[in-house]
Design a protein around this ligand. Sequence first.
Ligand SMILES: NC(=O)c1ccc[n+]([C@@H]2O[C@H](COP(=O)([O-])OP(=O)(O)OC[C@H]3O[C@@H](n4cnc5c(N)ncnc54)[C@H](OP(=O)(O)O)[C@@H]3O)[C@@H](O)[C@H]2O)c1
Length: 284
Amino acid sequence: MLSAGVGGGETAIRAGKLRRVMRLRFPQGSGNEFAGRVEAVGAGVELSPGDAVWGLMPHGTFGAIAEKVVVPRDRLAPLPAGLDPVAAGSLPVSGTTAITALEEKAALRPGERLLVRGATGGVGSAAVQLGRHLGAHVTAMASARNLDWVRALGADVAVDYRTTGPGDLDPFDVIVDLVGTDLPAYRRRLTRGGRMVALAIAPDAVVSSLAATVLGRALPRPILSFSNNPSARTLARLGELAGPGVIGPVLDRAFALEEVAEAHRLLEAGGVRGKYVVDVRATS
Ligand SMILES: NC(=O)c1ccc[n+]([C@@H]2O[C@H](COP(=O)([O-])OP(=O)(O)OC[C@H]3O[C@@H](n4cnc5c(N)ncnc54)[C@H](OP(=O)(O)O)[C@@H]3O)[C@@H](O)[C@H]2O)c1
């Protein structure tokens, strides 16, 4: 293994806040995405030892932050040429989640107005880049210190989420929500024909977060949601986009394997720009 991303949503999972929703038993491993080299393959698998790959753990399982992982073939794809293998481990989950949200669920069209709420984290930074590439007008909600940073990443407009509420915003055709609170109020900002993709369960408001998502499914301007389980085709699409740099890994900081607790502490403190990643070969 070369690297593994530290998922923003995993701090709440580690703290046990989502154990009922996710039906998890502890202890659990950590990390859902990785980049590395193939060490061995099963019968009939066309990859070879030494091949550079990236991928995801099987749906609903964790443990990518490790020296080795064993995964089914369809969770792996060739690592796109030219990607830094340490930074690359931060993209398979975030990137495929953004592709599923914007291309497969919302079917975002050129010229549409897109709001990304939670724009500077792992999924948000991928969604801002992809939204821009698809020709949308992108508004990013972020904390004050990250407004210039998220504009440089590709947002047309950046607003401070601590001083701007849903009622202060113009209407949007598509909203990608990575926060999980106030979903009905944000949904009311949708245009006719608009759609919201809500991806987060707010760890301190689990019931209202889930209720809004479930009740919103059948509404005319729906709240769509999914639990990221990308097909091999979606993972291949990430390779097509990441190879030429349309969606690049956005690396905030790399940590050694034994520093993963520090990465979780920093995520909980807030302010991440893109992703933290574990560089499996580094020593602290
Ligand atoms: N459904 C799925 O398939 C799926 C897949 C991946 C992730 N997720 C979920 O999506 C969420 C985001 O994941 P991630 O990896 O991108 O997390 P992350 O890297 O921690 O990013 C979260 C971002 O949200 C921002 N934020 C926090 N409160 C906010 C608010 N009230 N308004 C606007 N922005 C706010 C944070 O900014 P500051 O740090 O500056 O406050 C941070 O940039 C998590 O809940 C995760 O579990 C779901």
